[in-house]
Design a protein around this ligand. Structure first.
Ligand SMILES: [Zn+2]
Length: 301
């Protein structure tokens, strides 16, 4: 990791197409840190795997960006999960972000025929990270009535983490200029004249509340976003990491899931006489469990 003041964080990639990544930078006066992400390809693969379109697809894309930013901001080495839970059993949106960079998302449909609409149905946002001792750190906030996930994420940071931050998420999934991403700008505890610095930044970020067009203009580039946010402010690039669509499902996990079923349930599956076919809700991968493998579970349990 090399930090170069105001130099491109990925100079050698300058002429290459943008890929999904997270960048961090800090102003040289120590007042602000920004974490910015491009999630275009990851989000598009996730909504394609979920077969979603329209506003629910954008909402899932925003939640995926939120999960990536949340992990990179609060716990880069931990696994995080963000859930938008709709009221009245209308279902939930889930996004997972892993320290290795793999990211996945899911719509769990509820009782309604149409996908839930965050602008019409009340919802909560739950942010969760798995601590090294396997405990969960978890916080829940209400999603504002407008359905704005950026605001919900900011509210979570303020109420659950006591961190003042400015956050914007944006996604354009359809059309010929897809771009998804977002940023978290944090006031750092060591900031001098914090109030004045905050006022300046708040004013500047008024132009960054809606970032969809901005992301599209720059092919989602997080470097361009950071340069715009810190324009005329000396800053230093800190770190970058890659993001991609990925899933942790495997035949072994399928077998582990089956192994906790009741013996009688497994016996029933064996008696059905058909190999068991299961598919992963996140990525759509399918797994087949042969009768002999089911019998194997009976003999070991
Ligand atoms: Zn999977």
């Amino acid at each position: 990791m090399v930090a170069l003041a105001n130099a491109s964080p990925m100079g050698f990639r300058k002429n290459m197409p943008e890929t999904d990544a997270v960048l961090r930078a800090m102003t040289n006066d120590g007042a602000f840190r920004v974490v910015a992400a491009r999630t275009t390809d990851t989000a598009r693969e996730i909504v394609a795997a979920q077969k979603l379109s329209g506003s629910i697809a954008s909402d899932l894309a925003d939640l995926v960006t939120a999960a990536v930013l949340y992990r990179e901001t609060m716990a880069p080495s931990l696994r995080v999960q963000c859930i938008v839970r709709f009221e009245e059993e209308a279902g939930q949106l889930i996004a997972d972000s892993h320290p290795d960079g793999w990211t996945r998302g899911l719509l769990q449909s509820g009782s309604g025929d149409a996908p839930p609409d965050i602008r019409k149905t009340r919802a909560t946002l739950q942010m969760m990270r798995t601590l090294p001792n396997a405990d969960l750190h978890r916080g829940v906030v209400e999603v504002p009535e407008s359905g704005n996930l950026s605001e919900a994420f900011m509210r979570y940071m303020q109420l659950s983490e006591q961190i003042v931050s400015m956050i914007s998420l944006g996604s354009a999934l359809e059309g010929n200029r897809p771009a998804c991403g977002g940023f978290v700008v944090q006031l750092l505890p060591e900031a001098s004249e914090a109030e004045a610095a905050m006022e300046t930044m708040t004013k500047r970020l008024e132009d960054f509340v809606e970032i969809k067009q901005r992301l599209q203009d720059a092919d989602g580039s997080p470097a361009v976003l950071v340069e715009q946010i810190f324009e005329d402010m000396p800053f230093t690039w800190l770190q970058n990491s890659d993001i991609r669509f990925g899933c942790q499902c495997s035949q072994l996990r399928v077998m582990t899931t089956l192994s906790v079923l009741d013996r009688s349930d497994i016996q029933e599956l064996v008696e059905d006489g058909e190999p068991l076919s299961m598919s992963c809700d996140y990525c759509g991968a399918t797994y087949t469990v042969e009768i002999a493998q089911l019998q194997g579970l009976l003999s070991t349990s």
